[in-house]
Design a protein around this ligand. Structure first.
Ligand code: ZN
Length: 150
């Protein structure tokens, strides 16, 4: 676990310093705002879905702690180009990972680079920071307003 912890720290720091896809997306087809009052994290996620429901492009903006920013950044990288069914499956895997028992070996199957968030298991207060962008993406594609389609 100590290697994973080190990877966790360096990855979070890297993505917090240089968040990927940190920009407004124009045009976007779906967007939603997310807020984590426990920590003060705010995020806006914008997505452009293709006609067949694939994430063509995604961007996020906002301000928050290092974990929420890094998680949003890594989320955008993880879901870009994926069909929504895969995005929802990945969110479920990610959610299971960060809420699993920290005394047990983490189940890293299928989570790819998001494995570093196993480190969040030791800080239950941070789970909401790590999942905020994901919840926001989910509400964007499920019932988010369709802003600026053309
Ligand atoms: Zn936070």
């Amino acid at each position: 676990m100590s290697e994973l912890r080190e990877l966790y720290q360096t990855t979070i720091l890297d993505h917090n310093k240089q968040p990927r896809n940190f920009r407004s997306l124009d045009p976007s087809s779906h967007e939603a705002d997310g807020h984590n009052p426990l920590c003060g994290d705010q995020v806006t996620v914008q997505v452009r879905l293709s006609a067949d429901g694939t994430v063509e492009d995604i961007g996020f903006q906002g301000s928050g702690c290092a974990i929420s920013t890094a998680s949003a950044s890594m989320m955008t990288e993880a879901v870009k180009g994926k069909p929504l069914a895969d995005v929802h499956a990945l969110f479920d895997r990610f959610h299971d990972l960060v809420t699993s028992d920290p005394t047990e070996e983490p189940d890293l199957d299928g989570v790819g680079k998001l494995m570093v968030f196993a480190g969040v298991r030791e800080f239950p207060m941070r789970v909401k920071c790590a999942t905020l962008a994901w919840h926001t993406l989910k509400s964007a594609v499920e019932d988010g307003r369709t802003a600026r389609t053309e």
